[in-house]
Design a protein around this ligand. Structure first.
Ligand code: FEO
Length: 386
């Protein structure tokens, strides 16, 4: 397997996970990569590793450049196993190499792998010289584990950003000049919405630091390397972390005998009449992780379910549980549904909104099948309230 030289004497030596379709509940229809980088300098340095099952791919790519046993430093920017899974096998081959990682990173490595590797814990502001180059470390805790850090090489103007700015894309292309940028940006947005969103406050702090760096390349640990579109991805991270929304509504529902679906379409008509962009999703057909990519830009989230037994339809409950965990801020909700003899649906929907700190601006619950008069009332009421 070939290493790819991304800058003189700096190689991409990662692995491509062509078959990955589910990353702990996040649909990854385009697969992913685990990007690792090898810097050839007086001290040979490996930045991050790959998922354990792809260790051979990492070893083969490193061996395409040098004898792996010559590695002096392994920088572990993040211990999650998609980036550290290869560590045990790699460290068995280079037991004298120093592992540069955060204090939390060392702790997590020890807890996960139970190995006494030669750790050197680093903190923000620490610099390690590797010859012609220096590595500057910046702690980025909770983006998205406590251990996260990024590594900046000022001589090359490269930021090794780990999960930040990543996208789940499997491809042989490595640079944003080689792959459709709209797709990279769409996947970066989906990645942010499904992985980074709960830690937006921390991202705001990280962005201040990143903005202060002289950057020619951002090398994330997933997907495509940013070279030509750095300002665009930085702008988007600032927008997403600020929770700024567009004039956009997302209508999400599941339905039993179409009543909730009919109401969903009426609510959609109200948003259309008021000039909103809108997307309507039946949860039977659309995965919750794909919907999150839209919610990140949406001012309104409209959620509908009929009563099912003493609660709501499980697809809607699953969506709401996922939404609650990702905790978007500053959104407004419209709740809707239908029932036969018990309004249990609305109680459950309201409870989720309360627990998620999402303001409910209106709710509509129709007994059995909505009449045209009831639909006209909903249409006019939504138009008034948005
Ligand atoms: Fe790509 Fe948090 O791991």
């Amino acid at each position: 397997m070939k290493a790819i030289e991304v800058r003189k004497d700096i190689y991409w030596v990662g692995a491509i996970d062509w078959k990955l379709r589910n990353f702990h509940g996040y649909l990854t229809q385009r697969g992913s990569t685990y990007n690792a980088y090898l810097i050839i300098d007086e001290k040979i340095t490996l930045i991050d590793t790959v998922k354990g099952c792809l260790t051979k791919e990492l070893i083969d790519r490193i061996s395409d450049v040098i004898d792996l046993k010559k590695i002096d430093y392994v920088v572990s920017n993040h211990v999650e196993m998609d980036h550290s899974g290869a560590m045990p096998e790699i460290m068995d081959m280079i037991p004298n190499a120093t592992v540069l990682t955060s204090v939390a990173g060392e702790k997590e490595h020890r807890l996960i792998y139970k190995k006494d590797w030669k750790f050197q814990a680093v903190k923000s502001g620490d610099i390690v010289n590797i010859g012609k180059r220096n590595l500057h470390f910046v702690m980025t805790p909770m983006v998205h584990w406590p251990d996260n850090m990024v590594t900046y090489c000022p001589e090359e103007k490269i930021l090794f950003s780990n999960d930040a700015f990543g996208q789940h894309i499997a491809s042989s292309e490595r640079f944003d000049s080689e792959y459709p940028v709209e797709t990279i940006m769409e996947e970066a947005k989906k990645y942010y919405a499904n992985i980074v969103l709960p830690y937006s406050n921390q991202v705001i702090g990280v962005m201040e630091i990143v903005r202060s760096l002289d950057l020619e390349m951002i090398c994330p640990s997933h997907g495509i390397i940013w070279k030509n579109h750095i300002p665009s991805i930085l702008d988007m991270y600032e927008k997403w972390s600020s929770n700024k929304t567009d004039k956009k509504a997302i209508i999400v529902y599941d339905t039993m005998w179409h009543s909730t679906e009919i109401i969903a379409n009426t609510i959609k008509d109200a948003f259309e009449a008021k000039g909103y962009n809108y997307y309507i999703f039946d949860l039977k057909d659309t995965h919750i992780s794909d919907i999150m990519g839209h919610i990140i830009e949406a001012e309104y989230i409209c959620i509908g379910s009929p009563t099912l037994n003493k609660g709501i339809i499980p697809t809607v409950a699953s969506f709401l549980t996922y939404l609650q965990g990702l905790a978007p801020k500053g959104r407004k909700a419209i709740l809707f549904g239908s029932y036969g003899w018990a309004q249990a649906n609305m109680k459950v929907l309201e409870r989720y909104m309360e627990e998620s700190n999402i303001e409910v601006v209106s709710k509509y619950n129709i007994n059995f099948i909505p009449s045209q008069d009831q639909l006209d009332t909903i249409l006019n009421d939504v138009k008034e309230k948005i």
